[in-house]
Ligand binder design. Structure first.
Ligand code: R5P
Length: 291
């Protein structure tokens, strides 16, 4: 049996504790203090020895601060253990995985270099935005899916003949898997995002959603723009209720309000990012992958 020690960063302490319990591994907590000038001071209570050290930290907002905290913890424990893994349940910067416009930087590649330089040997993510983001990290990496646990939650809701909807063609495979597990059908909308303004539009023509309850499935919600546009479009086509299932609910600024105002009945997300909608626990998915 591999001997793990789990360290929880401040952005993921609850999830890290759950993972430690499942793995029957010791849990080490970390401290964080923010100075008036914005610098953070990270402290670690205890230094693990003779084990595989797994540092768990999502990099949701404040993205750079949470990332720096992760890098700091890793660089400290790396001095005492040669086997330091990280679990980054929500991986920030994964959407910056290619040069969409001239002059853009593939920042997820920079994040990979930083993680490698601090001493990370292996990374585990949950529903990372794209396969190319995982590749750009250039460190042995694995991605696990939260779709099964999300579907389990929806099965308990006993919805009658729901239709699964992907808000864009990029999410088609995810929606297909979700629909298969839920034993129902799915459609994928066509979405366009203006790379300069960030505004989204739905380009699909007529869709057959009349009188059906819908579950929009996405990897993440940030501003809510994609979900709002998709919901308004689907409501025009006379669907019944709209639910949203996503792995990472960033819900920045007033995203929740905008989504509710658009007519969404409920947002269900996972605890890769803590929050009101985080009803689904991914600790089993992560600990099974670590074992
Ligand atoms: C895009 O391809 C992603 O899968 C999400 O749909 C998108 O990042 C969500 O962002 P927002 O909520 O700002 O529209």
């Amino acid at each position: 049996m591999v001997k793990f020690t789990i360290i929880g960063g401040n952005a993921s302490s609850d999830l890290a504790k759950r993972i430690a319990r499942r793995l029957k591994a010791p849990y080490i907590k970390t401290g964080k203090k923010i100075f008036p000038d914005g610098e953070s001071k990270i402290t670690i209570n205890q230094i693990p020895k003779k084990s595989i050290v797994v540092v768990i930290q999502s990099t949701y907002p404040p993205v750079d601060s949470n990332l720096l905290e992760l890098l700091s913890i890793v660089s400290k424990v790396r001095k005492f253990s040669s086997r330091v893994y990280t679990v980054i349940p929500y991986m920030g910067y994964a959407r910056q995985d290619r040069e969409f416009l001239d002059g853009e930087i593939i920042t997820i590649g920079v994040v990979g270099k930083l993680l490698k330089a601090s001493g990370v040997k292996k990374i585990l993510t949950v529903d990372i935005h794209s396969k190319s983001a995982l590749k750009e990290l250039k460190i042995p990496s694995e991605n696990v899916s939260a779709m099964e646990v999300l579907v389990k939650h929806f099965k308990k809701m006993k919805m009658k003949d729901p239709l699964v909807v992907s808000p864009d063609s990029g999410g088609q495979e995810r929606a297909k898997k979700f629909a298969e597990l839920l034993k129902t059908d799915f459609i994928a909308l066509k979405k366009h995002r203006d790379r300069k303004t960030g505004k989204v539009n739905i380009l699909s023509g007529k869709v057959d959603v009349k009188d059906r309850d819908l579950i929009i499935v996405d990897d993440m919600i940030s501003t809510g723009g994609s979900i709002v546009k998709a919901t308004k479009f689907l409501k025009k086509h006379e669907c019944k209720r709209v639910f949203v299932a996503c792995t990472h609910a960033l819900l920045v600024n007033d995203a929740t309000k905008k989504i509710k105002n658009a007519g969404v009945s409920q947002i269900i997300s996972t605890n890769t990012i803590p929050g009101e909608s985080a009803k689904v626990d991914v600790s089993k998915v992560i600990s099974d992958a670590l074992r």
